[in-house]
Design a protein around this ligand. Structure first.
Ligand code: AMP
Length: 283
């Protein structure tokens, strides 16, 4: 496995792979890798023959009061995990490499960046979309792999790639969870042992939602009320949002009468966690 720190070096490695007829997969990450990221890399190795994993803690997607500085950066361990998962290249640029001068060109995916997490994280999705557009232009992959865990990000990147005619496939992979249901996240390491137990309420509320739908309930209001009960039980939990929205438009649904995204954001102590499930409603 090769490590590229510059745009020039990653482009050269991709060029060489292409000249051997290889197809290129890209897995964008911010590092502090866990089994969720690994599942993306493994999927990429199955779907493409040359896999680039980017590790870049993107300053442009953090708000001034967010955890940019303290975000974990265990690069050495991440490199080992990438190699074991079958990556061909890790692209780990500096912030200067990606933003050599004041960035004046931003990608704004209108409508999709405003609801859900967009409300409490202004500018976040502009930073995400812009860095992904840069990575797509730098690596020029045939396919890029993202997690369903970040459902709004997945919807937004899919739309950006379509709107801006990026010639690549966007592949969304299922959320990897702990045995107790907690979705894996680099931010879980901020949680105390008690908070880790409390955080299980996120998945518990999503399971309750699924169960209610299976039993025939389709009123979003009734389902959200039950979910809120579960989410407000632990003393450490503070709900940011619980929403049932259309998968594509991210606009609220009063009734689950088509495929829906059930998305939640909850603070456990000072750590902000998100999770979601998809509910498929056959037409
Ligand atoms: P991050 O490093 O948090 O920016 O995440 C990089 C990619 O990994 C994103 O596409 C995430 O959606 C994905 N990801 C994060 N956590 C999980 C998980 N538990 N299961 C699957 N994919 C994940």
């Amino acid at each position: 496995m090769k490590i590229a720190k510059t745009i020039g070096s990653v482009r050269k490695l991709v060029r060489q792979a292409r000249s051997k007829g290889k197809s290129v997969g890209l897995v964008p990450t911010m590092g502090a890798l866990h089994q969720g990221h690994i599942s993306l890399i493994e999927k990429a190795t199955k779907n493409t023959s040359f896999v680039v994993v980017s590790i870049f803690v993107n300053p442009a997607q953090f708000g001034p009061k967010e955890d940019f500085k303290k975000y974990p950066r265990p690069l050495r361990n991440d490199l080992k995990l990438c190699e074991n998962a079958g990556a061909d290249v890790v692209f780990a640029p500096s912030a200067r490499e990606i933003y050599p001068q004041e960035n004046l060109t931003w990608v704004n995916v209108e409508k999709l960046s405003q609801p859900l997490c967009g409300r409490s994280r202004p500018g976040h999705f502009r930073g995400v979309a812009t860095v992904c557009a840069k990575l797509f232009n730098i690596v020029q992959p045939d396919a890029a792999f993202f997690g369903q865990k970040d459902a709004q990000q997945a919807a937004l990147i899919r739309r950006m790639a379509a709107d801006l005619n990026f010639p690549l496939k966007i592949i969304i992979c299922p959320t990897v969870r702990q045995p107790d249901g907690l979705a894996l996240s680099s931010r879980n390491q901020y949680l105390s042992p008690q908070e880790k137990k409390d955080a299980v309420c996120l998945y518990k509320s999503l399971r309750k939602c699924r169960q209610m739908v299976v039993l025939g309930e389709n009123s979003s209001k009734k389902i959200i009320a039950q979910m809120r009960n579960i989410l407000s039980a632990p003393a450490s939990a503070k709900i940011e949002y619980v929403e049932i929205v259309d998968v594509k438009t991210l606009q609220p649904l009063t009734k689950i009468d088509r495929s829906a995204l059930v998305a939640i954001a909850v603070r456990i102590g000072s750590t902000r966690l998100i999770d979601n499930i998809l509910i498929d409603v056959p037409k």
